[in-house]
Ligand binder design. Structure first.
Ligand code: SAH
Length: 344
């Protein structure tokens, strides 16, 4: 259960030892509270004078015995006690898959890792606009956009490793899944090499979720029983075109806008039918989401004004979306008709 309280200017006493309490302290400060600290149930070190009667006690579960009596006294005198999780062990990196760009598609594990972070290094494809409500960590934009890398890959790895070695909990928030064209493997290797503990939280990949946002299932019974996810970052080889065309399933291409023309021409040369359905889904789950549907022979001109980020889908499954959309439109039309007849 989550409750929202306006804590602006309110006295909040955070109980619990450092460093377990550090994130709770930051969270309450970020919420505008006047925070005082009590690090030990025996009245041990604290910052500044303790408030006589705090508005709220935030009790961090730091594993020390002896808090129960103090918290019990608070409750008995009517001071609310909010139980706060302890910060995780300090000095590690978590690579978090942020999904295709909406906070709604973050996993529960991703939300927990963000809450436990001291610093977050994020990409523009992750749902970064929502970060201030998900974490009180320092937010660092390492803004990877196609062709515009604010910070180089080795620079990002160095930042992550240095922050973890300085004792911070680091979240590296990436778009989609960290291991799908996300250089997650390299970032894990950099941490391992530096002796920094690292873990990976999988995310919802755009390869599946962005087509779904356009109503396209990447597999569909009796239509396609396999899908291949390809990077269009660089043009494919003739051999790759031949293999892809020969597979017969759905082809999903990420980072494919810049090489769309070469891909369509290559698949045609490899024998794929010109009327094979194809879709370009731009900005999935974001304002301005747009789907362009054409076929292999016409896509280059149909998608001439399409831009990144976009996912390309080639295969008969594109028709499933069209049929479903047709059904939805037909149903809406029937409903409109029924409503007008009822009104008549
Ligand atoms: N690791 C990511 C992919 C990184 S490559 C994942 O699993 O989703 C970056 C490419 O992902 C973009 O060029 C685009 O092809 C695709 N992409 C990511 N988010 C997208 C979105 N919201 N809408 C459309 N395409 C997206």
């Amino acid at each position: 259960m989550q409750l929202t309280l306006d804590l602006t200017g309110r006295d909040v006493l955070v109980t619990g030892a450092d460093p377990a309490a550090r994130q709770a302290v930051r969270r309450y400060r970020a919420a505008g509270a006047v925070v005082s600290r009590l690090s030990s149930p025996q009245g041990g070190p604290h910052d500044g004078p303790l408030p006589e009667r705090p508005f709220l006690v935030a009790a961090v579960d730091d594993g020390q015995p002896g808090w129960d009596a103090l918290l019990g006294r608070c409750r008995d005198t009517g001071i609310p006690v909010a139980v706060e999780p302890a910060a995780g062990p300090a000095g590690h990196v978590t690579l978090v898959g942020g999904g295709p760009g909406t906070a709604e598609l973050l996993t529960v594990a991703a939300v927990a890792a963000l809450r436990d972070a001291d610093v977050v290094f994020y990409d523009r494809l992750a749902p970064y606009q929502d970060l201030p409500s998900l974490t009180s960590a320092e937010l660092v934009d390492v803004g990877k956009q196609p062709g515009h890398h604010k910070v180089s890959q080795s620079g990002i790895e160095e930042l992550m490793v240095d922050a973890a070695l300085a004792g911070h909990n680091v979240v590296r928030l990436k778009g989609g899944d960290p291991y799908v064209f996300g250089r997650g493997g390299e970032e894990v290797a950099a941490c391992v090499k530096a002796g920094v503990p690292v873990r990976v939280i999988s995310g919802v990949t755009s390869a599946i979720s962005v087509p779904a946002a356009a109503g396209i299932p990447v597999t569909h019974r009796d239509v396609s029983h396999l899908f291949t996810v390809v990077s269009g970052h660089a043009p494919l080889t003739e051999q790759e075109h031949t293999h892809l065309a020969g597979l017969g399933g759905t082809i999903v291409v990420l980072m494919g806008i810049g090489t769309l023309h070469q891909l369509a021409a290559g698949l045609r040369r490899a024998g794929m039918r010109a009327d094979m359905p194809m879709a370009v889904v731009e900005r999935g789950y974001r304002p301005g989401q747009r789907t362009t549907i054409a076929d292999l022979g016409t896509i280059t001109s149909a998608a001439s004004d399409c831009s990144n980020p976009a996912v390309l889908v080639i295969g008969e499954v594109v028709r499933v979306a069209e049929v479903n959309r047709g059904c939805a439109e037909a149903e809406a039309e029937l409903n409109r008709l029924a409503a007008s007849l009822m009104g008549a």
